[in-house]
Design a protein. Structure first.
Length: 295
């Protein structure tokens, strides 16, 4: 039994004759008659009683009318859904974003643009630091990530440069530094610093430390935070000062003053869009295309 035979069968039923049905489905009357015969042979039952006045549905034929309509409707829905999946207009995309960059205008525009263009795609966004993102990407637990990498060439990943960030100083708003900002890092050699853990973002951590070593600057670390939000919370509480991505200032926090220093501006912190090589998700392909289009 083929879907086209069901389509022909319903055409005969709805038109009331083979001749009228043949005009509707655009095949010759003898060919249509043969297809109906083949359908009856396949089902091993008569679908029509044929007599001089025309054709009349049998009990089996009347039952098949309901089943055929349901099957063809379901068939059409499957085809439409698969076509939509193939075009990436439905489906799901999971995206990791470094916590600091959730509010960065470039990232916000990307998320908003994708939602506007593909409203039926389930868009899952996970705030994750670069280290966990990299692990999940390589384990196929994320479709894509926005994270710090040490270059475009990454084993098992495809990448696009998304944004160039730099560093900035965060100080409590009631500190002496807020009223009299330092001009160089050397002025901060006795300051208490709040720091992050290397394991959560190794590329970011190593890049920052390498920059400080070149400047012969060695911060005195007295507190640690699990991520930039935790670090900034400790700064706001007056427990120290911190060096954070400049993107942090896109979402101002109460109790904190952000200060730019030329030595921190000079530290290039590229942010990358990355996805696993071989991920053939059409919805992801549309997101990659939007990154290339807008960034």
């Amino acid at each position: 039994m083929e879907f086209r035979q069901l389509h022909y069968f319903l055409a005969v039923v709805e038109e009331g004759s083979v001749s009228a049905a043949s005009r509707r489905v655009h095949i010759a009357q003898p060919a249509l008659t043969r297809q109906i015969r083949l359908l009856e042979e396949d089902l091993e039952t008569r679908l029509f009683d044929r007599h001089a006045r025309g054709m009349q549905l049998t009990v089996a034929g009347r039952t098949l009318v309901e089943e055929a309509r349901a099957l063809l409707d379901h068939h059409d829905r499957i085809r439409s859904r698969l076509a939509a999946l193939g075009q990436g207009v439905i489906g799901k995309v999971s995206l990791g974003v470094t916590v600091t960059h959730l509010w960065v205008p470039q990232v916000a525009r990307l998320l908003a643009g994708y939602r506007q263009r593909y409203p039926s795609v389930a868009f899952e966004v996970f705030p994750l630091l670069s280290g966990p993102q990299l692990d999940r990407l390589r384990e196929d637990q994320l479709d894509a990530g926005i994270l710090y990498l040490d270059g475009a060439e990454q084993p098992g990943l495809e990448t696009r440069l998304l944004h160039r960030d730099h560093l900035i100083l965060a100080v409590p708003e009631n500190s002496c530094w807020a009223g009299s900002p330092p001009a160089t890092l050397a002025e901060l050699h006795d300051a208490d610093f709040v720091w992050g853990f290397r394991r959560v973002s190794p590329v970011y951590y190593d890049r920052m430390l390498d920059h400080f070593r070149r400047l012969d600057f060695h911060p005195r670390v007295v507190q640690y935070g699990a991520d930039n939000i935790a670090i900034l919370s400790l700064v706001a509480a007056g427990l120290g000062i911190a060096v954070v991505p400049a993107a942090s200032s896109a979402h101002p926090m109460p109790g904190i003053r952000f200060l730019r220093l030329p030595e921190l501006d000079a530290c290039d912190m590229p942010l990358w869009f990355a996805w696993r090589t071989g991920n053939d998700s059409p919805a992801l392909a549309n997101l990659v295309a939007l990154v290339e289009e807008t960034m």
